[in-house]
Structures are given as structure tokens and as C-alpha cells.
Design a binder for this molecule. Sequence first.
Ligand code: PMP
Length: 276
Amino acid sequence: MYFYKNEFVHKNDIHISPDDRGYYFGDGIYEVFRVYQGELYEASAHMQRLERTASEVRIQLPYTSDEIIVILNKLIQQNELIEGTVYLQITRGEAPRAHPFPIQAKPILLAYCSEVKRPLATIQNGIKAITEPDIRWLRCDLKTLNLLPNVLAKQAALDAGVQEVVLHRDGTVTECSASNIMIIKDAILYTHPANHLILHGITRAVVLRLAHALGIPVKDVAFTTEQLLQADEAFITGTTVEITPLIQIDGQAIGSGTPGPLTAKLQTEFERTFLK
Ligand code: PMP
């Protein structure tokens, strides 16, 4: 079952209008939630981010946060989802194509669940990446539908035979195509500050909390591609990738070329936040 406009419906019964501004302008916002053991993970953090994005792009949410959580939990129950993700999207609504905000249109909510297993092999063994210029706009803190630069970046990585791309602006690392990035150097954890150049990842925030609890010093200070290559450890964080080690960038090994000890420690603590 899906949720579209105001009802629970089968996917085949959803008819998306060519007038939907999400469709022709990418004029919409979204969230991806993780479901562990049938429960939404960090639901209130996701809702806060959704509310902030909605307010910044001036889309009125069609429901309150509490009502949205109820809808998402019903979807999880109806689909008997144990482990997976919930995708939630809100577009500005349907109106003939014209740039100004439409006067009559009402925002449209779409939500559905997918069964997605934890990527245990890459979480354990790590992944390789290439670096690419970050060609996105200057509001990467907003979770909006315009993901073409992210799509192009991810495809560039796959075309190069690796799994991910590390984005940088003039040599300063920002984040990855769909995840944040952190490095460890001399037992200190570095990550880009949560400003307008990166998405304020929910997993990023959880990992920083765990690092504090473990006594790992954290500096939310940006680092360069050069510093990334010289890091002792590096990993990406995200709702679906959790904490995935980066073992090679642009053909060069990071640290020993295998997942590092502090990364492993954070992974263990991270699992404890959802395993019962
Ligand atoms: N940055 C980008 C560009 C992303 O698309 C994502 C995935 N939503 C993240 C970071 C990680 O955020 P989160 O931990 O909330 O999934």
C-alpha cells in the first residue's frame, strides 16, 4: 500500500498529474526514514528536518508532524515492514507550468515503504570512491527533489568502477552523493560543519553523539581532499548506508586500506541504538 493525497491506495491506483510541480520543476521536498524491527528510526529528527525544509522553501505541510508519523506507521503496519525504508515526498501541488507559486494548488503528499536490507557486506568491508567537484546549489542543507547533480555524481562513480563519490568545492570536501563523510586523523574525528553546503544528516548527528559518548574528540571543521587521502580512517554516514568505511579514494588507500578501529567502534555503538 502507498499513501497518496489523502488516502491509502495501491500503487497501480495512483495517477500522477503532469501538472504536479514536483514532476516538471522538482518543486518539492522529501525524507527517507529507516525502519528497524518495524519501527521508524529517529522519527522526530526527520520530522524536524522536513519542517525546516518546508518552511525554507515555503511549502505548507498538508498535515502536522504527528499526523504524518501516524500515516507512516500505518504504512509500516499495512505493509508488514520489518526492515526497510519509508520514502515521504511533498510537492507544491498541481498547476499549469508557470514559475510563480500557484494560488490554488494544494501540496501533495506521497509516502511508501520499501523492504531494504542493511548493506552488511559494505558496512563490514568498506567501499571505494572517487572525488568530483560539488556542482550543486548553495542550499544543500535543504532536502529538496532537485537531485540531478547527485544522480550524475553517483553515476560517475559507478562508471569509474567504484561505489561512491566524494564531493568537494575547490578542494574542500563537503559530502557524498547521498551521505555525509567523516575522517579520523590522530584519533580526532573531523566532519564538515552543518551549514548550507551539506545536508544535516540524521545519521551524522547520531554518530557525533556517539563519538562524544565514547570520548572521541570531534571537530566540525572542513577538510581538504588532500587531508582525506592522508586520513587514518574515513567513513560515510547515511540512513541506508549507516556507517560505511571508505577504504580507497581515487585509487589511493585510506590508512591501512581496510576499515579502521575507531570506525568499527562507532559502528558497534551505532548498532546498539536500534538493535534490541
Ligand atoms: N547528504 C546527502 C546529499 C544525502 O542525500 C543524504 C541522505 N539523505 C545524507 C547526506 C545523509 O543524511 P541522513 O543521515 O539523514 O540519511
